[in-house]
Design a binder for this molecule. Structure first.
Ligand SMILES: [Zn+2]
Length: 261
């Protein structure tokens, strides 16, 4: 069986940085090539990681903050000009953004008549599993945008729905947090063993995350999207994880890092 891998294309928090690109992952699982989030410069980082734009089977967007989606049109350009793709690309995303993103693709002149494939936007639904080949993908709502929704979500007609992702195939199970409001959002995927958990740590404290993960059946935890203050002291974090019995399973990831699972 081919090795399943995850490549961290961008690991920054939302603040522009010379050192880290914005959120994006390339997952190879059960023969499928998936891109999770398209923080910029996603297309450049896919090229750096030697991901074949023609062989990407699906794009999964967690939520619509720019640091997770702003690189999407350039990825479509890569599929067109680099790969000369003719196969439609499904893009799973929160329903609230689909009409706008369809217009964005047309507004940036990426007409299907020109590029020779369709960008096929599909809505997510909390807890409803869909498949990409043999990979079962289940999105779960998080509380990341609750406060923003309260400020003006209704006024501007947006639902403010962010998701985390659970992926399962061939007896393996991994999860990607997207962005969360609190570490407890992860409980939606911690009820069964995980081979790999990729979780952000920019919107709550590291101790609250480690406490949530304490005693849970997770083979490895990859910390990404670290708040810049945590990133600045990343060498100290494994020691902090010791008292939660997580130190030997914790990986602080950086741009370009590749893990097998
Ligand atoms: Zn966000």
């Amino acid at each position: 069986m081919a090795t399943d891998t995850i490549t961290f294309l961008g690991t920054s928090d939302a603040v522009p940085s010379w050192e880290r690109s914005h959120a994006s992952l390339a997952v190879h699982m059960a023969g499928q090539s998936l891109v999770l989030d398209c923080g910029e410069p996603c297309a450049k980082n896919l090229a750096l990681a030697c991901v074949d734009f023609g062989k990407i089977d699906a794009i999964l967007l967690s939520h619509l903050h720019p640091d997770h989606v702003a690189g999407l049109p350039q990825v479509i350009i890569g599929m067109w000009l680099e790969a000369k793709r003719t196969r439609d690309i499904p893009v799973f995303m929160p329903a609230e953004g689909i009409e706008t993103f369809r217009k964005l693709i047309l507004a940036t002149y990426l007409f299907p008549e020109l590029i020779k494939f369709n960008v096929d936007f599909r809505p997510l639904s909390d807890g409803r599993t869909f498949t990409v080949g043999p990979v079962q993908v289940t999105p779960h709502l998080t509380t990341h945008l609750d406060s923003i929704r309260r400020i003006a979500g209704n006024k501007h007609g947006v639902a403010c729905e962010p998701f985390l992702y659970e992926l399962a195939a061939n007896g393996k199970r991994i999860a990607y947090s997207g962005d969360m409001g609190e570490a407890a959002d992860l409980l939606a995927v911690l009820d069964r063993p995980l081979d790999l958990l990729v979780t952000e740590c920019a919107h709550f404290s590291l101790p609250s995350l480690l406490e949530t993960l304490r005693g849970k059946p997770i083979r490895r935890v990859a910390l990404t999207h670290l708040h810049r203050e945590l990133w600045a002291k990343k060498e100290e974090l494994p020691a902090m994880a010791k008292e939660y019995d997580l130190a030997d399973r914790l990986v602080i990831v950086h741009d370009g890092m590749k893990l097998e699972f």
